[in-house]
Design a binder for this molecule. Structure first.
Ligand code: FAD
Ligand code: SIN
Length: 502
């Protein structure tokens, strides 16, 4: 008996020791290269500045190459403006689109939207737009198939000739769905090191090569981190008194959808980066005026999908524009009227949805009603001209007349015989500073360029911090797309760069 007991105890001990050993090497210390020390000049890790969609897409791609990533984020919480995105991400051709579009339609829409800006740097811009649109289908596939993000609902936004803006069918807004999927992946990967409340204060350059960044976290201590750098630090729409005032003084006083934060382009011009289109700032036509706080300079966005699914805009009860024209055009159609407030600079416009439009944008509208930004009412409550305007629109939807403003896509508007008692959903909106098209010039490899278009070795850029992709007007849904496309390219490029030097 005692021999058997000794054998059993010995076997058990060996099993426990072996388990502990395996745990130590596989779990506590996974069999992956450790993230090198911050001051290691021969670093094998990549540095990413900004944890919005551009930064996270770059990180995900680097991790797929098993390259360690250190991601520095100035805010206490990751996600940037990307996490707020509400209408969706463009892609064509995809399996989710209701209609097959010609292969070059998205490219041509983007060039048309970019407008006069295409007259300068023409070939360069065409290359960037080609990359953006060419890789748009694989961006959607990547998110849907590899990251399990639901993108199966598609809407047609302003300036698009086909429905190609993808979001999920459920309640979760697209920005949140995409960002949280990539963040989860990062948090689960031992090669990823996300440092929040850490602000990059300088790009380090020795001779012709970017060698890393200087940064400071909550304790304010300046530290250096060495390695190739991907800048994904977002736009300057929230830098009201800084870059925005410098490049677009006429927009000072406009409310914005962007939280206040300084722009980061100066960190990059300090190492020779070329800026383009800095005066090209997108004014989005529909930011909600919150009845509880109408003077707030920070506005909640009335997602373009409300118009895309059929909604209309009224001033004094009358339609005044094709609501699905480009943002630039729709915003201009509002701002040619006298403003109704100067601080902040605001106009009084209504966004109106019928029951059909409501049903297809239900999760958005229910949320806006919950926030007190929209209400359910009747046409009679919209003022004296509204019934006639809505009757004309309904007639165009039914095909019995041509729309006065040239609108041809009415999506899910279903109110065919409007009466004063017809139910509608309404909110007050005003134009808002939303997106900055300008930034540091990149090429199709996401390399940051200098004045003469040579690359700055060791430095890549992706997302809203860059310029040149959208020209004078960005199409709705194309920012999330540029983050994924150019973020992933940057990740691949940096992985190759590190491999070449290993
Ligand atoms: P961001 O997501 O803004 O991330 C940049 C990050 O960098 C931030 O977290 C910031 O804190 C950090 N950072 C900045 N400077 C530093 C520094 N010095 N050191 C460290 N970190 C730094 N686009 C679409 O395509 N579809 C949509 O439906 C859509 N909806 C939108 C809704 C709203 C309300 C807003 C505001 C924008 C929307 N956009 C949409 C635009 C789009 O969300 C943004 O343009 C895009 O997400 C920008 O992504 P990014 O990764 O470049 O920057
Ligand atoms: C929106 O929902 O209107 C924003 C979409 C975008 O900025 O692309």
């Amino acid at each position: 008996m005692s021999r058997y007991r000794t054998l059993a105890i010995t076997t058990l001990s060996i099993f426990v020791l072996l388990t502990a050993y395996l745990y130590k090497i596989h779990i506590a210390h996974p069999m992956t290269p450790p993230v090198p020390a911050d001051n290691d000049m021969s670093a094998r890790h990549a540095i990413i500045v900004g944890s919005g969609l551009a930064g996270l897409s770059a990180a995900s791609q680097l991790l797929s190459h098993r390259v360690p990533v250190i991601l520095l984020e100035r805010a206490a919480k990751p996600g940037g403006n990307s996490i707020k995105a509400s209408s969706g991400i463009n892609g064509a051709p995809t399996a989710y689109q209701p209609a097959t579009e010609p292969l070059d339609a998205f490219y041509l829409d983007t060039v048309r939207s970019a407008g006069h800006a295409m007259k300068t740097l023409t070939a360069h811009r065409e290359g960037l737009i080609d990359t953006l649109t060419e890789y748009s289908a694989s961006a959607i596939e990547w998110l849907a198939n590899e990251k399990s993000v639901d993108l199966s609902k598609v809407a047609q936004l302003g300036g698009h000739s086909y429905a190609r803006t993808h979001r999920g069918k459920g309640q979760t807004p697209p920005g949140f769905a995409i960002v949280s999927a990539l963040l989860k992946e990062m948090k689960e990967n031992p090669l990823a090191d996300l440092r929040t409340s850490c602000s990059v204060t300088k790009v380090l350059r020795s001779s012709q090569l970017v060698t890393g960044v200087e940064y400071a976290c909550e304790d304010g201590q300046k530290k250096e981190l060495h390695g190739p750098v991907i800048f994904a630090s977002g736009g300057f729409g929230g830098d009201a008194n800084g870059l925005l005032a410098q490049y677009r003084p006429d927009l000072v006083g406009y409310p914005s959808t962007n939280d206040p934060r300084p722009g980061t382009q100066p960190l990059l011009t300090a190492v020779g980066a070329k800026l383009v289109d800095m005066d090209q700032v997108q004014v989005h036509p529909t930011g909600f005026v919150d009845p509880a706080n109408p003077a707030s300079p920070l506005k909640f966005l009335a997602a373009e999908v409300l118009r895309g699914e059929g909604g209309v805009l009224l001033i004094d009860g009358k339609r005044f524009v094709n609501e699905l024209d480009t943002r630039e055009h729709v915003a201009n159609a509002i701002t040619t009227n006298p403003s109704t407030s100067d601080a902040p600079k605001q106009w009084t416009v209504q966004i109106v949805l019928d029951e059909g439009t409501y049903s297809s944008a239900k999760s958005h509208v229910d949320f806006y009603i919950f926030k007190g930004l929209m209400k359910k009412t009747t046409i009679a409550e919209l003022g004296s001209n509204a019934l006639e305007s809505i009757e004309q629109y309904a007639s165009a939807v039914a095909g019995t007349s041509v729309d006065t403003f040239g609108r041809t896509s009415f999506a899910n508007w279903s109110l065919t015989h409007p009466t004063p008692d017809s139910v509608v959903y309404v909110g007050a909106i005003t134009p808002v500073v939303h997106f900055t098209m300008g930034g540091v010039l990149i090429n199709q490899k996401s390399e940051v360029l200098q004045e003469e278009h040579q690359r700055i070795e060791g430095l890549w850029g992706a997302g809203e911090v860059t310029g040149g992709v959208h020209g004078g007007n960005r199409l709705g849904g194309s920012s999330l797309l540029e983050c994924v496309v150019f973020g992933r390219i940057a990740g691949d490029q940096v992985a190759g760069y590190l491999k070449e030097r290993s």
